[in-house]
Design a protein around this ligand. Structure first.
Ligand SMILES: *Cc1c(COP(=O)(O)O)cnc(C)c1O
Length: 377
């Protein structure tokens, strides 16, 4: 392989190269370094007092990944009956599971309640009614809309309500027999703007005060996910972000507030390395095209939303600038442009770090290309 830049974990890299050398498994596959997952799981939440971590399962719901995380003692945040089924099959207790999807299917709600899950998010009156009907007495928290500026994957448009409506919804939830316990928000995924958390916490505090004045005592502040990982650019580290979050919470909230954190990308993203293969090359006009067997549809979906990956090939040939595309026949299946790489041969491996989150969980078998297997190393 080429000379590896400093930001790539050498231990991970050696494990990856070793796996490729000894494994009979045909690529493409996604390797997940357990040590990185463990490290990240231990770091996250350390800087925030009275916090509990619930891994957002949608980032990577692989069974072995979840089994490993369960052994580390983390909790889980889920949104669907499919995610519940996986956790149930692993015997994970309902006390370790919360659901922060503000709009749930009836089937999921019924199954979640019968499994014993007691924490649910909501952000509309129809959802309050659903919860009141199917999940009487449950602990519920309202999703507040907060700024998502500076997040590479904003989530603010689809969910969240403003202060007045949020307060009304908490009151309504109480009147309908639910147990309003707190507030949640999401600053946007891959959030590089630490001020988003300050703004969100300040806004949550405003709502908290109003709600308490209305006679509803709250106890949980759920700060969602959003911690960033390194793709091609440096990001603020988790300890720095959490220090700011903890400070912002301590400044306003009383010392008995419980904090829930729901990290997805930051737990599993940089533990993953895709191992793919170069399947074709072409010169189109004056553009060099490189075709590989992991593309937009079977793993690298986020590339079309602005996530930029690094690529490594084991070639010592001359550098060229490439347009990199996936294997399918769809012209949407272009992963990246203007990527400088030494020219590989067809059949060579191409490695893509930081690909553990929102890759295989997004993938389809469109056009008959298989979803890469996840393998823990
Ligand atoms: C997706 C999601 C998360 C995880 O977000 P990351 O940016 O991957 O950390 C957390 N909470 C909720 C409600 C989500 O939908």
């Amino acid at each position: 392989m080429e000379i590896i830049p400093d930001y790539i974990d050498k231990t991970t890299w050696n494990k990856v190269l070793n796996h490729i050398a000894v494994s009979d498994e045909p690529p493409p596959y996604l390797l997940i370094d357990k040590e990185v997952v463990k490290e990240k799981s231990l770091i996250i939440g350390k800087g925030i007092k009275r916090s509990r971590v619930f891994y957002a399962v949608k980032a990577n719901p692989d069974k072995e990944v979840l089994t490993f995380m369960s052994s580390l003692g983390v909790g889980f945040e889920i949104a669907s009956e499919g995610e519940l089924q996986i956790l149930a099959s692993l015997g994970i207790e309902p006390e370790r599971i919360i659901t922060s999807n503000p709009v749930k299917t009836l089937k999921f709600l019924e199954q979640a309640v019968s499994y014993g899950i007691r924490y649910f998010a909501f952000d509309s009156e129809p959802e309050v009614e659903k919860l009141a009907h199917y999940a009487q007495g449950s602990n519920v928290y309202v999703r507040l809309s907060v700024p998502n500026e500076g997040s590479e994957w904003p989530l603010s448009k689809k969910f969240g309500v403003e202060l007045d409506e949020a307060a009304d919804l908490l009151v309504s939830a109480q009147q309908k027999g639910l147990n309003p316990v707190g507030i949640t928000f999401h600053v946007g995924s891959q959030c590089n703007n630490v001020y988003n958390w300050n703004a969100a916490i300040d806004k949550a505090w405003e709502l908290w005060e109003v709600t308490v004045q209305k006679g509803i005592p709250l106890r949980i502040l759920n700060i969602g996910g959003g911690y960033p990982i390194r793709y091609t650019k440096n990001v603020v580290d988790i300890a720095t972000i959490e220090k700011k979050i903890d400070k912002a919470i301590s400044r306003k909230f009383s010392t008995d507030v419980e904090v829930f954190i729901e990290p997805g990308r930051s737990v599993i993203g940089d533990a993953g390395v895709f191992v793919a293969t170069v399947v074709g090359k072409a010169l189109r006009g004056d553009e060099n095209w490189l075709y590989i067997d992991v593309g937009v549809f079977n793993g690298l979906m986020e590339s079309i939303g602005g996530i930029k990956y690094n690529y490594f090939v084991g070639s010592r040939s001359e550098q060229k600038v490439w347009t990199i595309a996936g294997p399918s026949c769809d012209s949407f299946d272009v992963i990246d442009r203007d990527v400088a790489l030494p020219e590989p041969e067809i059949g060579n491996r191409i490695l893509i770090p930081s690909s553990g989150a929102y890759t295989v969980s997004y993938a389809s078998e469109f056009n008959g290309f298989s979803i890469p297997k996840t393998i823990l190393i």
